[in-house]
Ligand binder design. Structure first.
Ligand SMILES: *Cc1c(COP(=O)(O)O)cnc(C)c1O
Length: 408
């Protein structure tokens, strides 16, 4: 397939990537999503919107983030293949999520909305939305399961300091699913003055398209930076896949290049259902949260329980564009276990002085495995975030990494 026209053709007007995507919504929300789609499709071509987003990225977020050559890590792995990182961990607030949250905030402003709402699991998306809300002067409410509120105290504190109202949801299991339901109920009631900020390339159209477009900057910068540094394109590029936003933004600018593209899913404790969140590897087609994609189901066809050491990766489904890109044969999906991710976490920390997020560590783990198999060449990894948020948990469970000294 010729990918030079891919971005023009996908998604279709109705938000489809092949058979994946779409907008499966309660009828009341159809006009609200159409409003957002129409506004976005107009605004994204306006020079005022584009210039303002550029200024925000440069002056507030600290973009462009650098590309870095991991010389020591590469040497330790045999030295034939060179590993490079796109440093999204250096983006303001410490991860790629702010790229789309600032875009969604700016869109809210252009649409005249007064309020932004979101759900959050571990609190990373909540903090990014709260940051955007503070920047744009929008009222902000973030829904979070009561169990997560108790577990993620530092992120709850960050959101509150930023002026966001954090609603602790006490229904059901009191985690992400109930938080989504509560945020959805709020949106149904208030969509006239409120925008719902979705945290990844998931949910109904236009979110998979919008979030992707806002993340495109990651791969666009990385491609130019890598070429300038080395004179070449990388042989392999890789990123971790939860919902799929950091990976899709990183991958698409390379889609028409002779570059191998690999998404890395969390294999958690192993291959048994409930022990991982590798939806592309073990899932099947299905609709949840308003879109059709590949998802992990239980025996009744309902979304299955999922697990990963990286809370940003434990999602039952995956962005519809990923399902499509695999079907087209353009992107491959591999996985890394908790233990491989923790090993990569310590190796990158000790050899390079960079403490990665556990999510990003999955991509680093794959790059380390792959580097040893390749006979030369280069791998460019999207380091989606920094690992400060994970330190307490990792230390409690694995100590300071001494057990990983000889474990590749
Ligand atoms: C949320 C998060 C992810 C997973 O989300 P995607 O939409 O798959 O990118 C990955 N890395 C970090 C650091 C995160 O915070």
């Amino acid at each position: 397939m010729d990918f030079s026209t891919y971005l023009k053709n996908y998604p279709t007007k109705d938000g489809y990537f092949g058979k994946y995507g779409g907008a499966y919504l309660p009828p009341q929300l159809v006009p609200a999503m159409k409003d957002i789609t129409d506004a976005y499709l107009t605004i994204c071509h306006s020079s005022q919107f584009i210039n303002e987003l550029r200024r925000i990225r440069r002056e507030f977020q600290g973009r462009p983030t650098p590309v870095y050559h991991c010389e020591t890590l590469s040497r330790r792995l045999g030295g034939k293949t060179q590993i490079y990182l796109k440093r999204e961990d250096l983006n303001h607030t410490g991860a790629h999520k702010l790229n789309h949250c600032m875009g969604e905030g700016l869109l809210a402003k252009f649409m005249g909305k007064k309020r932004i709402i979101a759900e959050t699991g571990a609190g990373q998306h909540g903090v990014a939305v709260a940051t955007a809300a503070a920047f744009f002067g929008l009222d902000c409410t973030v829904y979070m399961g009561a169990v997560d509120v108790a577990k993620q105290a530092p992120n709850v504190a960050r959101m509150k300091v930023l002026g966001t109202k954090v609603v602790s949801v006490t229904e059901g299991q009191q985690t992400l699913k109930e938080a989504v339901d509560a945020a959805f109920a709020d949106y149904l009631e208030n969509y006239k003055d409120t925008i719902y900020a979705i945290g990844s390339v998931v949910g109904p159209h236009p979110f998979p398209m919008m979030v992707r477009d806002f993340q495109y900057v990651v791969g666009e910068e990385a491609r130019a930076q890598f070429k300038e540094m080395t004179g070449f394109l990388p042989d392999v590029i890789t990123a971790c896949v939860g919902g799929g936003s950091n990976s899709i933004g990183f991958f698409l600018p390379f889609i028409n290049d002779p570059v191998e593209i690999v998404g890395v899913e969390p294999l958690g404790r192993g291959t048994k259902l409930g022990d991982h969140a590798a939806s592309m590897t073990y899932g099947s087609e299905g609709v949840m949260h308003g879109f059709n994609s590949i998802m992990l189901k239980d025996e009744n066809g309902e979304p299955a329980p999922v697990y990963s050491i990286a809370s940003g990766l434990d999602y039952q489904s995956v962005g519809p564009e990923h399902a499509f890109l695999r079907e087209l044969g353009r992107v491959k999906y591999e996985s890394a276990t908790d233990r491989e991710a923790v090993n990569a976490f310590f190796k990158l920390s000790r050899y390079e002085g960079i403490i990665p997020a556990l999510e990003s560590s999955h991509a680093v783990a794959y790059a380390m495995r792959r580097a040893k198999e390749m006979d030369g060449g280069s791998i460019l990894v999207n380091l989606s975030g920094r690992g400060d948020k994970d330190l307490d948990y990792v230390i409690e469970k694995y100590g300071y990494g001494d057990d990983f000294a000889d474990f590749d």
